[in-house]
Design a protein around this ligand. Structure first.
Ligand code: MV4
Length: 450
């Protein structure tokens, strides 16, 4: 096992990793920018190192500074959290070149899944169902036109280097194709330095359902069920839950086993998430994330498995001890991402929290690095914390969620608590009847106004 882990992140995920390290008896090193001197992760770690000025590119993304921090403290492994360097294959390689373990997948798998065309091709070869579309990158406009007519409109163009919604366009008919391709190419070139595009059948109102996986890099791998992350705004997840209200046990076991088998075949190491658009009873692979995700607690609450602990164990070379038939699901969990932002405009609202009272009680978990008097810096994301609620049934979970949201006090900054209080009362949400556009449609029809 590792002796000392450097946590190359901040906020609630840095705390989450710290807690797992403490339980494992592993020493911790926090790194921080000059804007995060008073941050909770710095206070709770055994040691801390300042790695640069506030902009992330000069601190949390500063690879030489992180290497120096490993060297100074003698850390033998780095946990990257999510975001920042968590899916940077080059970072994983550089750490290895300096004999420091990267707590994450092997660089080849990070790189494979970072290339959306290669990822989709790999998924197909591994027997994972994908969205119908072009086999690889698009050539000429004429080729795209022939392909689109073959697939049938509407189609979507996506950037091979994209992900997270950037460089995508819906095309409803042949006449719109040339201009859409030109715009998508230009945007992709500007954003990623690569204008390779691919084409897919456009799914109008699917759900976003993702399967959590865990592998030991030696051919053992399991799935830990799914999360439904359909409630998003501008490609930012807002509310995540597990199980998905749309799946039954047979559907879950079937897609879960397909994905787990694929992970065994490639000898995947670490945690990962395989993302699907679920439409008309069918799973359609879109991407795979090779990091721990923000919403991992949903899975932890319904499986009683500590994903960060497992991630550290397998990264240290231990065999996966969990077997698929040992994974039991219990009840239902919902996560709300509580942000410091204006409830209507969604503009970030950094500043000092003058009152902070998180909810508690049975089935309530708050993962947050916030505290009474903490000043949220303006340089990073606006996540104050995650409220995760568990219940024996989805109904009980929703009751607890309403109760917990009523208890939550955050004063001094604007928050989106009102959005969640409204969502938890909405009929479609209570019925589990929603899709990837539901939240934006709800906001557009003024669902939040009293
Ligand atoms: C799609 C799609 C419809 N059809 N692909 C957006 C983010 C990126 N990861 C994939 N995305 C989509 N891909 C096909 N073939 C619709 C979306 C999409 C979406 C997906 C998941 C969650 C929210 C979304 C919001 C808008 C569009």
């Amino acid at each position: 096992m590792f002796d000392k882990i450097l946590i190359a992140n901040r906020g609630e995920i840095a705390l989450r990793v710290l807690r797992a390290c403490k339980e494992l008896g592993i020493a911790t090193v926090a790194v921080h920018s000059t804007a995060d001197e008073d941050a909770m992760h710095v206070r709770l770690a055994d040691e801390s190192v300042c790695i640069g000025p506030p902009p992330a590119k000069d601190s949390y993304l500063n690879i030489p500074a992180l290497l120096a921090a490993c060297e100074i403290t003698g850390a033998d492994a780095v946990h990257p959290g999510y975001g920042f360097l968590s899916e940077n294959a080059r970072f994983a390689e550089i750490l290895a070149e300096h004999s420091v373990h990267f707590i994450g997948p092997r660089p080849e798998h990070i790189r494979l899944m970072g290339d959306k065309i290669a990822a989709k091709r790999a998924a197909e070869q591994l027997g994972i169902p994908t969205v119908p579309g072009s086999d690889g990158g698009l050539g000429s406009d004429e080729e795209a036109r022939r392909l689109a007519n073959g697939i049938g409109f509407p189609v979507m163009v996506k950037a091979a280097a994209g992900g997270g919604g950037r460089g995508m366009k819906v095309i409803r008919g042949e006449a719109d194709l040339p201009s859409a391709l030109a715009t998508a190419r230009a945007e992709s070139k500007a954003a990623f330095g690569d204008d390779t595009l691919y084409l897919e059948k456009y799914l109008e109102r699917p759900r976003h359902i993702e399967i959590q996986v865990l592998g030991d890099g030696k051919g053992r791998a399991i799935h830990l069920g799914e999360r439904d992350c359909s409630l998003q705004r501008r490609h930012q997840k807002v509310w995540e839950e597990g199980h998905s209200p749309a799946l039954n046990t047979a559907a879950r076991d079937s897609i879960g086993e397909t994905v787990a088998k694929a992970m065994r075949e490639i000898k995947y190491l670490g945690v990962g998430t395989v993302e699907f658009l679920y439409d008309d009873g069918a799973f359609n692979f879109i991407e795979m994330n090779t990091r721990i995700q923000v919403e991992h607690p949903v899975t932890e609450m319904i499986t009683d498995i500590d994903l960060i602990l497992e991630q550290i164990r397998v990264a240290a070379g231990n065999d996966l001890e969990l077997a698929q038939d040992g994974v039991k699901f219990h009840g239902h969990a919902i996560e709300c991402r509580i942000n410091a932002e204006n409830a209507v405009s969604f503009r970030p609202s950094p500043g000092k929290i003058i009152h902070y009272h998180p909810p508690g009680g049975l089935g309530v978990r708050v993962d947050s690095a916030a505290y009474h008097g903490y000043a949220i810096p303006p340089f990073y994301d606006s996540l104050i914390g995650k409220l995760i609620v568990h219940g024996k049934t989805r109904g009980e979970c929703l009751m607890r969620l309403r109760r917990a949201l009523d208890e939550f006090v955050i004063d001094g900054v604007e928050t989106n608590l009102a959005l969640f209080r409204a969502l938890a009362q909405e009929k479609d949400i209570i019925d589990g009847d929603y899709h990837i556009h539901w939240l934006e449609e709800f906001l557009a029809r003024g669902g939040l106004e009293p």
